[in-house]
Design a protein around this ligand. Structure first.
Ligand SMILES: [Cu+2]
Length: 239
């Protein structure tokens, strides 16, 4: 009796889970563009620095804190911008995403990647780095890669399921980066002025999401028409 109740319960749970449609690659002709800015409102902590606790002779005594990098006009850098509900469109990127250890920081700090892709981890530094990606929700280690010398690189697969990966360096506690694995290739990262562009979008109505490591996430609908540019502005609030 108990076993059958459990099985019925499990089946009901399975049935209630949203079924994620697999992404389908199609030829996008006369797609639209989403062009926009992610702005920051509120007061971001000003001029912070990251304290360097190791290899100070190479890394320096402190490093500017890039968490809130706001350009002229209030645009916020290092925001991942992506479409939430797109199930078909342009092809996956051919190249692995790159994560470079440089000047005792990760570059880029944040980036999107497509499910099934990989990451090329490399070092331009002469100090030992240790790249350690974790599931951002569970902190489960994905792998742990030592980068023993300048010029070293290794390409590793991403976990292969949608979600946020937090990357740290076990040798240098101030080093952090984020990779967001998404089911499709419609993502980008804002530049120094908070600007972003997403191209070759099949016409339709989507949810555009902006995610920032400290200011959090916000979304808004966007309507993309064939061959047109849809303007978008999302304002995140400093926390
Ligand atoms: Cu390091």
């Amino acid at each position: 009796m108990c076993a059958s109740v459990t099985i019925v319960g499990a089946l009901a749970l399975l049935a209630s889970r949203p079924v994620l449609a697999a992404y389908e690659t199609v030829t996008v002709t006369n797609g639209g563009t989403i062009d926009g800015v992610i702005a920051l409102s509120g007061t971001a902590p000003a001029g912070g620095t990251l304290k360097v606790t190791k290899n100070q002779d190479y890394c320096g005594a402190s490093i500017p804190d890039p968490t809130y990098t706001v350009g002229a006009g209030g645009g916020l850098e290092n925001v991942i911008v992506y479409l939430k509900d797109i199930t078909k469109g342009k092809a996956a990127p051919a190249e692995p995403v790159a994560l470079v250890n440089e000047h005792c920081m990760f570059s880029p700090r944040v980036q999107g990647a497509m499910v099934g892709g990989s990451v090329k981890i490399s070092s331009n530094d002469t100090v030992l780095h240790n790249t350690h990606p974790q599931n951002a929700e569970t902190n489960a280690t994905i792998y742990n890669v030592a980068l023993p010398f300048k010029g070293f690189s290794v390409t590793k697969p991403l976990p292969g399921s949608p979600g946020l990966i937090k990357v740290k360096c076990d040798a240098h506690e101030w080093m952090h980066a984020w990779i967001m694995e998404l089911e499709h290739p419609y993502y980008t990262t804002t530049g120094a002025d908070g600007h972003f562009t997403i191209k070759d979008v099949p016409p339709g109505t989507y949810t555009l999401v902006a995610w920032h490591e400290a200011a959090g996430e916000k979304s808004e609908p966007v309507v993309v028409a064939a061959g047109q540019t849809a303007k978008s502005k999302i304002t995140l609030t400093a926390k």
